[in-house]
Design a protein around this ligand. Structure first.
Ligand SMILES: [Mn+2]
Length: 296
């Protein structure tokens, strides 16, 4: 007996119960507002809420796929995890446990950050379930430091921890230390430098990335992989990055040829009065889900 028009539900996409119940949804949005090791500009803890807010005002018809992905998929949104309670190690263990639980339930977890330090515990969970797993990272930063400021779980060490668990392919990289550059050739990773991608036709570099991936792919997108003119709203923006069509074409091709088993989108740092990046992040999540579940 509603006497007024209610706002859309406070979940990803503003979806009705029918399309967002946990039991019937294949994709589950897991907000992780982690911000414990940020080194420069602060505020990425506000990322998940900004993405969810933008997603509720997003068109849910996909013009490429010519359908409404949420109807095929079902997208449930979990409440955010408390990332300030306990030590960083305890929080990372909780993220691991939550990831295992979602995978036990056969869900496709979509984790919204928050800082990139949240990804390694998720990869540990995925590697238990999926053999033949590769992590595809889109990022400006190599994140291959063995430790940073005395901390081996810092966001600057994310990919170093991951390649200890499974191989990686890193796309859009353009910022790293001399030590990382020296270590990279010995690590289980293949780097696609932004400087090379910029000069190559899209088909040729994407085909090479596909050849380097195994059957199962976990996708981790740090929004600073985009050029800083497109996504200025990150803690450590870098010039010379990827554009919208490069990123979405890559994800679409990977979804077409491999099995994407889960993803995260991290490091959004919402800017007051500037909401374009929040929308880009929300739409990118939705595009990735559409590509993964709805390509014929
Ligand atoms: Mn980064």
């Amino acid at each position: 007996m509603s006497r007024y028009t209610a706002m859309p539900p406070n979940n990803f996409g503003g979806l009705s119960d029918e399309h967002s119940q946990y039991e019937t949804s294949r994709a589950v949005i897991f907000p992780v507002p982690l911000e414990r090791t940020t080194t420069y500009q602060h505020g990425t803890c506000n990322g998940p809420a900004a993405i969810l807010a933008a997603s509720r005002n997003m068109e849910l018809y996909d013009e490429e796929l010519q359908l409404e992905p949420y109807k095929e998929i079902g997208i449930h949104t979990l409440p955010p995890i408390d990332t300030m309670d306990g030590t960083l190690d305890e929080v990372l263990t909780e993220i691991f446990t939550a990831g295992c639980g979602l995978l036990d339930d056969d869900k496709f977890p979509v984790t919204l950050g928050g800082e990139h330090a949240l990804t390694p515990p998720l990869i540990s969970a995925f590697a238990k379930k999926y053999k033949n797993l590769t992590v595809l990272q889109i990022d400006a930063h190599a994140e291959l430091r063995d430790e940073y400021q005395g901390n081996s779980t810092s966001h600057a060490c994310t990919m170093r921890r991951i390649v200890e668990v499974c191989p990686a392919v890193q796309v859009g990289i353009r910022s790293l230390s001399a030590e990382e550059a020296a270590a990279a050739p010995q690590l289980r990773t293949k780097i696609y430098w932004a400087k090379d991608i910029a000069r190559l036709p899209m088909k040729s570099w994407i085909a090479k990335v596909l050849a380097d991936l195994s059957a199962n792919v976990y996708l981790t997108i740090d929004l600073d992989g985009f050029d800083s003119s497109i996504v200025p709203a990150t803690g450590t923006p870098e010039p010379g990055g990827l554009d919208w069509h490069q990123v979405t074409s890559l994800v679409r091709a990977v979804a077409e040829h491999k099995k994407i088993v889960g993803m995260d989108l991290v490091e959004l740092l919402p800017q007051p009065g500037q909401h374009a990046c929040d929308f880009l992040a929300a739409k990118l999540v939705y595009k990735c889900l559409g590509y993964t579940f709805c390509q014929t």
